[in-house]
Design a protein around this ligand. Structure first.
Ligand code: ZN
Ligand code: MN
Length: 482
């Protein structure tokens, strides 16, 4: 729920999905390689090395600016942000300060109150990532730390919002929408480890603002903010004051913890980066063509496939999911659109999350086949879930996998046909074994009918359709007194 007392603003760092780093030719594809293997004099900050700006990174950042209605400034500039920390080889970070790439703009989210809500964007700037420290033991008491500069110089875009969100949930929605937008633009891959980092500012009206630094997951943002709302409100309830401070989020424990006092902006001694010229790229904006973005795709899913608003929202909320849905229904949009939307949004996503699996491991063709078998009535919905689980477990296992049809025949899950003798025989048995329930049913107790259907379901191990059993039992028991 929206809480008028809660004020949240976000600073989101996203890795731009370029092939090389921001100021040198080193590859950004380092995740399968050893530490310090993707480095050169520039990203190691060796004396005399000169940065050369990656044009593609600027182009990507400008696509984002255009998509969220920011104004690209006629002149922007890189600055040095000076601070000393072992992951920062040069002892400064090349970033943008008083002349960012773009400013203004907004992102529309579904507000807690329902309906669209605009979260204003303050600015977008481009900067390089520092390296990464690997602490041996824990950060406070470990014996030593190792440094890996493979990440140093990775291009980031920092998107700063106005404090327009009124709950941790709205912050989560903002992030989800931002992620979807960036993925649709083809400039970001949310599944890459380390691709997102969020600093969240949160305060209770009339109190000091707290900054929670370096949250690295989407869920983490909502959790950290929820923790802060409770913590800050408790302080105020006791008549105390909330300190203005920086805190860290300890993801594993779900709490935030005060960080040692942090530099103030003026401690960074920002000054213009002398090795890079100012940027004059505003004229590029007109030439940028944007692809279909999440809102437009959501509306198209409703119009073209007849999706419900909720399904359309879920399905278009992630690029992979939207593409998967369209792949699944493409062989027969008329026949599959509706049931595929339901099976993906209401069942598949949950089953994937439960297993911590990525959608990429599911084959659209197999899923189409499964949805077909369910809509044709070959198996019941209940068996459909069972088949899906087997399919996912096999994919997760990484070994051989079967088609849905093969799973159905191996597990003998095909629906028992309604008018064949088998089902009638099952119902006769149920009627014979449950004379008390039969009597109750005849006396007008509807609960007894459900009981009988349940018994028959059990005997057919879920392979029969409850609606059909219902009808057959009523028919076989004949008239009853009203
Ligand atoms: Zn390099
Ligand atoms: Mn930053």
């Amino acid at each position: 729920m929206t809480d008028p007392q809660v004020i949240v603003g976000l600073e989101v760092h996203c890795q731009l999905n370029t092939e090389s780093k921001l100021f040198c030719g080193c590859s950004t594809d380092y995740r399968n390689d050893g530490p310090n293997t993707h480095v050169c004099p520039v990203c190691l900050g060796l004396p005399g090395s000169m940065p050369v700006l990656n044009k593609k990174a600027i182009g990507y950042a400008m696509r984002v600016a255009k998509a969220i209605s920011c104004e690209v400034l006629p002149e922007s500039e890189f600055s040095r942000k000076n601070y000393f920390y072992p992951d920062l080889d040069k002892a400064y970070q090349i970033t943008q300060y008083d002349k960012p790439l773009a400013q203004g703009g907004y992102l529309e989210i579904e507000g807690d109150e329902g309906g669209g809500k605009r979260v204003r964007i303050t600015r977008i700037h481009v900067e390089e990532d520092p390296g990464r420290l690997v602490h041996m033991g824990n950060a406070e008491r470990g014996k030593y730390s190792l440094v890996d500069y493979n990440r140093a110089g990775i291009p980031l875009i920092e998107i700063v919002s106005e404090p327009d969100m009124r709950s941790p949930k709205e912050a989560r929605k903002f992030l989800n929408k931002l992620r979807a937008t960036l993925e649709y633009l083809g400039v970001f891959d949310s599944e890459k480890e380390g691709s997102l980092r969020v600093d969240a500012n949160i305060s209770i009206v009339g109190s000091e603002r707290v900054e929670v630094k370096n949250i690295t997951s989407y869920k983490g943002v909502e959790k950290a903010l929820t923790f802060e709302v409770t913590r800050q409100k408790n302080i105020l309830r006791r008549g105390l004051a909330v300190d203005r401070e920086t805190r860290h989020f300890l993801e594993a424990r779900g709490i935030t913890q005060s960080a040692r006092s942090k530099e103030q902006e003026h401690d960074y001694r920002y000054f213009p980066e002398p090795d890079l010229r100012p940027l004059h790229v505003q004229s590029w904006v007109a030439g940028i063509t944007l692809p279909e973005l999440p809102d437009a795709r959501r509306e198209r899913f409703i119009a073209q496939y007849g999706c419900s608003l909720n399904h359309a929202r879920t399905l278009t909320g992630e690029l992979r999911l939207a593409n998967f849905y369209e792949n699944v229904v493409s062989p027969d949009p008329g026949g599959l659109a509706n049931s595929a939307a339901t099976w993906i949004a209401d069942t598949l996503i949950g089953e994937l999350n439960y297993r911590g699996m990525s959608l990429d491991t599911v084959h659209a063709k197999d899923f189409t086949a499964l949805v077909r078998l369910i809509t044709k009535g070959t198996i019941t919905d209940k068996s459909g879930v069972e088949v899906l689980r087997v399919m996912l477990d096999q994919r997760m296992g990484g070994g051989a996998h079967e088609t849905p049809a093969a799973i159905i025949s191996r597990l003998n899950l095909a629906k028992t046909a309604g008018d064949d003798g088998a089902l009638a025989a099952v119902i006769s048995e149920v009627i014979k074994e449950n004379s008390k329930a039969v009597e109750d049913y005849r006396n007008g107790k509807n609960g007894a009918l459900n009981f009988l259907v349940g018994q028959a379901m059990k005997k057919t191990r879920g392979r029969s359709d409850p609606g059909e059993l219902n009808r057959m039992i009523i028919r076989m028991l004949g008239d009853r007194e009203a």
